[in-house]
Design a binder for this molecule. Structure first.
Ligand code: NDP
Ligand code: 2IT
Length: 447
């Protein structure tokens, strides 16, 4: 059940009416509005200036045709999106997702989340997101390159370091980012490094960007554990997914002395009580572009295709795959298995009902817009390095990331306390982020 403040109900009703069929977007908006009752009661100007309604409406939504030719010589047509949600704090910033499930509503939910996430980092970045229903997993390198070139041939006109700066997300990693940047550079005849982040280290990328989302999630979870005098040392951890975020979450958990006993992909999950062999997982996922099943076969480990990874008992759970992957049954299984902390590496992986189950059982819950902000924060550090034509060391950059994650945790915990909900990171993250965005919008007039 929602606890939406009555003053906010008409705003949500209008979002539903204006964006029919976009369930994920509705979910993301409701989750934020649910946290804002006390904020709008205290600061009447937000309502008077209709700042919430303005934040719920993207500044610009771009939808375009992406035609390309596959290896058999056949024409393929995909749909491309870029939702430029809010630029009040800086240029639009956020990843691009290539996955067959991508619809306008998916990109809008991700863009909306990104606005608040980016605000929490304290860095000068607005929020946006892009994507396509293209499936890179079923395609050859040549097909992926031609698709990326066609995608960028339309998107380039909207980008720029002062306008809109994409990065990766599901299905968009180093290979895709290389093709995208190459085509941008060709069309514009300019080497504008800070137009895209997640670049290769040899051509303008930042140390730690690849690791940043997973590492940052674990730093955030570690801060959460710290509030109950805990740490990762000796903890049993479950990480869903096995992509970029999951792999580097596993790496940092292991560095901090925890044992990751399970990870997954969309086909199944592997369980290894003694801990995941990260080098083999990286080799299979990053080099061979393989599956978790292959990992399980090589390790002769237990592989499950017809169950939920949340049934694996753990003390810390890090959902790092995709939206709505942790439902109330999964949440109840986590509680029964002794879980004390859940931190979201993915965007909105926990359904609202599952969040209530976790919080109701006293599990500390770190929402993605706070817990996974390390990726975009390090993207902003990449932009800083590009702007100054400099590159920092791994150690220095990781130190900056760690400090940013501590700052986000402090901001969320402090704001939750201020609004009478100590320990509620959902309220803390949403209220703190909203006020930063809303105050800037108020200062700039009716925009
Ligand atoms: P990757 O493409 O590297 O990996 C995605 C992983 O999630 C894969 O294991 C994939 O399995 C699984 N997955 C994807 N879609 C589904 C689905 N519909 N059902 C079940 N499993 C699925 O992506 P990332 O690791 O970059 O992203 C993971 C999550 O983290 C996303 O929510 C993303 O938005 C979020 N995120 C990413 C950031 C980044 O910097 N990359 C920053 C902040 C958040 P399979 O291969 O079987 O599809
Ligand atoms: O969801 C996210 O924060 C990302 N996919 C990363 C965005 C970025 O611009 O680095």
């Amino acid at each position: 059940m929602s606890r939406l403040d009555s003053a906010l109900e008409p705003i949500y009703a209008q979002v539903l009416q204006r964006n029919p069929g976009e369930d994920e977007f509705h979910q993301a908006v409701l989750e934020v509005l649910d946290s804002l009752g006390a904020v709008v009661a205290k600061h009447k100007t937000y309502m008077d200036a209709r700042v919430i309604e303005r934040i719920c409406e993207p500044e610009r939504q771009i939808i375009f045709r992406v035609p390309w030719v596959d290896d058999r010589g056949e024409v393929q047509i995909n749909r491309g999106f870029r939702v430029e949600f809010n630029s009040v704090l800086g240029p639009f910033k956020g990843g691009i997702r290539f996955h067959p499930s991508v619809l306008l509503g998916t990109v809008k939910f991700l863009g909306f989340e990104q606005v608040f996430k980016n605000a929490l980092t304290g860095l000068p970045i607005g929020g946006g997101k892009g994507g396509s229903d293209f499936d890179p997993k079923s395609r050859t390198d040549g097909e992926v390159m031609r698709f990326c070139q066609s995608f960028m041939t339309e998107l380039y006109r909207h980008l720029g370091e002062y306008r809109d700066v994409p990065a990766g997300d599901i299905g968009v990693g180093p290979r895709e980012l290389g093709y995208l940047f190459g085509q941008y550079k060709r069309i514009t005849n300019r080497y504008e490094s800070a137009t895209l982040t997640g670049k290769g280290i040899g051509w303008g990328g930042s140390q730690v960007r690849k690791e940043a989302t997973g590492y940052g999630t674990v730093y955030f979870a570690n801060e959460m554990l710290g509030t109950v005098n805990g740490s990762f040392d000796g903890k049993t951890v479950v990480v869903s997914g096995s992509g970029n975020v999951a792999i580097y979450a596993i790496e940092k958990v292991q560095e901090l002395g925890g044992t990751v006993v399970a990870c997954s992909d969309s086909a199944g999950y592997v369980v290894e009580e003694s801990g995941i062999d990260l080098e083999l997982l990286k080799e299979i996922k990053e080099v061979r572009r393989g599956r978790v099943r292959e990992y399980a076969e090589e390790r002769r480990a237990k592989y499950v295709t017809d169950g939920s990874i949340w049934n694996v008992p753990c003390q810390v759970a890090l959902p790092c795959a995709t939206q709505n992957e942790l439902d109330p049954d999964g949440a109840r299984a986590l509680v029964a298995g002794g879980c004390v902390v859940v931190a979201e590496g993915a965007n909105m992986p926990t359904t609202p009902d599952a969040v209530r189950v976790l919080q109701g059982a006293g599990v500390l819950f770190g929402p993605g817009k706070a817990a996974n902000a390390g990726g975009v924060a390090t993207s902003a550090l990449e932009m800083q390095q590009n702007a100054s034509r400099d590159s920092w060391t791994f150690e220095y950059t990781e130190g900056r990331l760690a400090a940013i994650m501590r700052g986000i945790h402090e901001r969320c915990a402090g704001t939750a306390e201020e609004y009478g909900e100590p320990g509620n990171y959902v309220v803390g993250a949403n209220a703190a982020a909203f006020m930063r965005v809303a105050d800037a919008m108020l200062a700039m007039g009716v925009i």
